[in-house]
Design a protein around this ligand. Structure first.
Ligand SMILES: C[S@@+](CC[C@H](N)C(=O)[O-])C[C@H]1O[C@@H](n2cnc3c(N)ncnc32)[C@H](O)[C@@H]1O
Length: 349
């Protein structure tokens, strides 16, 4: 059987939203099969640099092979994007022109390697992106109390039958493989009551819980904003409503100068906007893309641009410099394009 290939989603739209330019520096926080990364490198040539991150060591191993010829322009790191800022400080990779998150799993993970992500292949209930992590789906399924299991399936899977599924799981323990879990869920929901497979939502919930996906996304978005240079772009592609809600609310909040509740007559929050929304409505794949790549059907792209108030600008430089333990007159702002824009806008540096 041929190895499954990951077809990147919304590639042209991503490059446009990132406003990729020659000589720019970019971060792909979810390298996967490297499709987006390759296109970013191509559009940022000559002189472009890319930091590619993935929590899955297998994805990194494959990427090292496919990007062998680009070792001067690409830095590949096997880590969780929740450590984004620490990674950038460690490798002095900041500020950047654009940061991409293409969330979720690649086709290789879903279909390829028996790690328990798919309800269509028999595999141990694992679901860890990083095999060094302790918590597995098997542990959750076989050890969590029924109420906790039900809460998790409802919250992360938005599953209407969460309590019934949790009860049945507890009755049928131990559940060892993906297909054993599918049978348990089917005994609750029945095989043909929905457009989607009956196990879809429970599997999504377990995967999110095992990898703390939503918590990590929230933390990483905050870090990403601070790493963007003036007019740097943040682009996120999400595949389900829980992720998209986090991205939408984050970008909306960060694009406002005041986030006080409407009931408060004068502003007390002292919040200042750090982003400007690029697309007020989400970008979705064309019917032709959905037809040629089924995986793209639920994709939603949101993009925003870093804005920096003058007084905040000084603080950011100070903070970046002290956090990164480099001197202000060193090479922190080394990208000429950013430097030029900062000079023009603030007549400083
Ligand atoms: C949809 S795929 C990305 C595909 C990629 N854009 C491409 O063109 O091939 C998502 C990737 O993100 C990785 N990933 C998911 N959550 C992560 C996290 N918190 N930290 C780092 N990588 C993560 C997964 O391991 C997977 O390889």
């Amino acid at each position: 059987m041929l190895a499954p290939v990951h077809i990147p989603v919304l590639v042209e739209e991503t490059v446009q939203a990132l406003a990729v330019q020659s000589g720019g520096r970019y971060i792909d926080c979810t390298l996967g099969g490297g499709g987006h990364a390759a296109t970013i490198l191509e559009h940022s040539s000559p002189g472009g640099q890319l930091l590619g991150i993935d929590a899955d060591p297998e994805a990194l191993k494959a990427a090292r092979q496919s990007f062998k010829a680009y070792s001067n322009s690409i830095l590949l790191i096997n880590d969780n994007f929740v450590n984004l800022q620490a990674i950038c400080y460690k490798y002095d990779f900041l500020p950047v022109h654009g940061i991409l998150f293409d969330l979720g799993l690649s086709s290789l993970q879903l279909n390829g390697d028996g790690r328990g992500f798919s309800f269509q292949h028999r595999a141990p209930l694992d679901m860890r992106l990083n095999p060094d992590q302790e918590l597995t789906a098997a542990y959750i399924v076989n050890n969590y109390p029924e109420a906790e299991l039900a809460r998790l399936i409802k919250t992360y899977g938005e599953e209407g039958y969460s309590r019934q599924i949790a009860r049945r799981i507890v009755q049928e323990r131990p559940i060892k493989t993906t297909l054993d879990l599918v049978r348990t869920i089917e005994r609750v929901i029945g095989k043909r009551r929905r457009k989607i497979h009956p196990a879809t939502k429970t599997f999504q919930a377990l995967r999110i819980a095992v990898n703390q996906e939503l918590e990590h996304l929230e933390l990483a978005l905050r870090q990403a904003v601070d790493l963007l240079g003036f007019e740097g772009r943040l682009v996120v592609i999400s595949y389900h409503s829980l992720e998209d809600r986090i991205v939408k609310q984050f970008m909306q909040r960060e694009s406002k100068d005041c986030i006080c509740p409407p009931s408060i007559p004068t502003c007390v929050c002292e919040h200042t906007a750090s982003l400007r929304l690029i697309n007020k409505r989400v970008i979705i794949p064309s019917p032709a893309e959905v037809q040629s790549n089924r995986r793209s059907h639920s994709a939603k792209l949101r993009a925003s641009e870093r804005i920096i108030a003058q007084e905040e600008h000084y603080n950011i430089i100070e903070r970046l410099c002290s956090d990164a333990k480099v001197k202000t007159n060193g090479n922190v702002w080394r990208r000429p394009a950013i430097l030029k824009k900062l000079r023009q806008t603030f007549s400083i540096l």
